[in-house]
Design a protein around this ligand. Structure first.
Ligand code: F6R
Length: 260
């Protein structure tokens, strides 16, 4: 696990974007795993700028998103399909048909999730998975208590996540209680994982994920077992890491080697 600690989320996002860009340059047909929420927005802005400057092309890139609210149509302005279109896909040269988001209106959730996993496998698996982290340590919608071997499935959101996400909706009662989500086991199969964490309300989750025990109570802690996981944090999100100075030096060295 490499941990890059930056002063701001913009700087952290620029560094994370450099890793994504290096992959896409090396492998123009890369398979990206993508996340929604407020965290990856500055990363997506960086990727849009790199694409507009013709430094990277997404023409042959394929993508699969982590999750989708159960019951929201793709046209709903809080659906994750809508989020991806408006925050990334509509602004880069990716082919829309190569972008995949779970269908929140699928009649048979289990069938939808199984087909999603099968399609990822058929594409050769995810080369780089972008992740945010919930204030309770969740990745995708793998809430505390999710098996670390879990696969893509229908999940119920904790009251904390509903509360956290209510900022995007008119009122808390509008936040869906269920979602389709890739599992921890599915995420662990990505060849590389890039987790972004910004703000003081993520500090406890980041400390639990990096320095706590591996536990289904903080599903991001499973990434301790991943052979190629990168955390990009701003200073506030890294504030509770005991060894943050050491990680910063080691992480910057690792990043420089990667980008050389
Ligand atoms: C989104 C996702 C979630 C978020 C997490 C943090 O696709 O899978 O795990 O990454 O809830 O959300 P924000 O970034 O809004 O703080």
């Amino acid at each position: 696990m490499e941990i890059i600690v930056c002063k701001t989320k913009e700087e952290a996002s620029r560094k994370a974007a450099a890793l994504v860009a290096a992959l896409v340059k090396k492998n123009p047909k890369a398979v990206l795993g993508l996340a929604t929420g407020s965290t990856p927005i500055p990363l997506y802005k960086e990727l849009i700028a790199l694409n507009k400057a013709k430094k990277i092309s997404f023409k042959q890139v394929r993508s699969w998103n982590l999750d989708e609210y159960w019951g929201l149509p793709p046209t709903h302005d809080q659906s994750y399909r809508y989020f991806m279109d408006t925050n990334l896909f509509d602004h880069v040269d990716i082919a829309k048909k190569s972008t995949h988001v779970l269908n929140g209106l699928a009649k048979d959730a289990a069938k939808e999730c199984a087909a999603y996993e099968k399609a990822i496998k058929a594409a050769g698996g995810i080369d780089l998975q972008v992740l945010g982290i919930g204030s309770d340590g969740h990745i995708a919608f793998n809430e505390p208590g999710s098996s670390l071997a879990s696969r893509t499935r229908l999940v119920s959101l904790t009251p904390q996540t509903v509360k956290d996400n209510s900022r995007f909706f008119k009122k808390a009662a509008d936040v869906p209680r269920y979602a389709l989500s890739m599992g921890v086991g599915s995420i662990m199969e990505a060849k590389r994982v890039v987790l972004l964490a910004f703000g003081a309300n993520k500090a406890a989750a980041v400390a639990g994920a990096v320095e706590g025990g591996v536990s289904q109570f903080c599903t991001a802690s499973a990434l301790q077992m991943h052979p190629d996981a990168w955390f990009f944090c701003d200073a506030a999100a890294a504030a509770k890491l005991k060894l943050r100075k050491y990680y910063t030096v080691r992480g910057e060295e690792a990043l420089a080697r990667e980008l050389a």
